[in-house]
Write a protein that binds this ligand. Structure first.
Ligand code: AMP
Length: 192
């Protein structure tokens, strides 16, 4: 099964994706985490990426696409994959379509966690990550609303979108996420 997680920064995407990965036994592919790890390891990729994410900007498509291609090619991804933070633009979504089509794999479900900006802002300021200062949060929200949010319509037209209410506790949100995933599985998403 292949699932994409969408949602503004601070929507709880990462936390929910990890819980769903454990529940379904999928591989978790977080492009943001790969970039942060590369940054900590001081690799050239990490250094290049940091100039973007420290400013709240998206890194260029070819950089994240390389990461995804690399990871999808590893054998453990055969069990299925949960994309967390990718795609983030329509062009990345089109590339993902091609990558999956070339491998004969369907995308089964897109979960979009829905949270208003004021809550996102409060949560991110409390999180304390280095890319979480007021100005970068504002910039990331603008990037999300302009570049990533159009993906909701993109996947709605495909009939694989599920909006998940992001209000409430982690457990309450996970219950909604789990239900949506179970329904998608029931519709045949567990067959490969
Ligand atoms: P995340 O952990 O998903 O919030 O990602 C952290 C940062 O990594 C983002 O603010 C972007 O700068 C960068 N990033 C992660 N995934 C992508 C992507 N698919 N496209 C462009 N930039 C990304």
């Amino acid at each position: 099964m292949r699932i994409v997680f969408l949602g503004p920064p601070g929507a709880g995407k990462g936390t929910q994706a990890l819980r769903l990965k454990d529940y379904l036994g999928l591989v978790h592919l977080s492009t943001g985490q790969v970039l942060r790890d590369a940054h900590e390891a001081r690799t050239p990729l990490g250094r290049e990426a940091a100039t973007y994410f420290n400013a709240g900007k998206l890194v260029p498509d070819d950089v994240v696409v390389d990461i995804v291609v690399e990871r999808l090619g590893q054998p453990d991804c055969a069990v299925g994959c949960l994309f967390d933070g990718f795609p983030r633009t329509v062009s990345q979504a089109e590339i993902l379509d091609t990558l999956l089509a070339n491998r004969g794999l369907p995308l089964d479900l897109v979960l979009a966690i829905d949270v208003p900006d004021d809550i996102v802002f409060r949560r991110l300021l409390g999180r304390g990550r280095t890319d979480d200062n007021e100005q970068t949060i504002r910039e990331r929200l603008v990037q999300y609303r302009t570049l990533t949010e159009p993906l909701i319509e993109y996947y709605r037209r495909r009939g694989i979108l599920r909006l998940v209410d992001g209000h409430g506790t982690e457990d309450q949100v996970f219950e909604r996420v789990r239900q949506a995933a179970d329904e998608a599985r029931g519709q045949g998403g567990d067959q490969d």
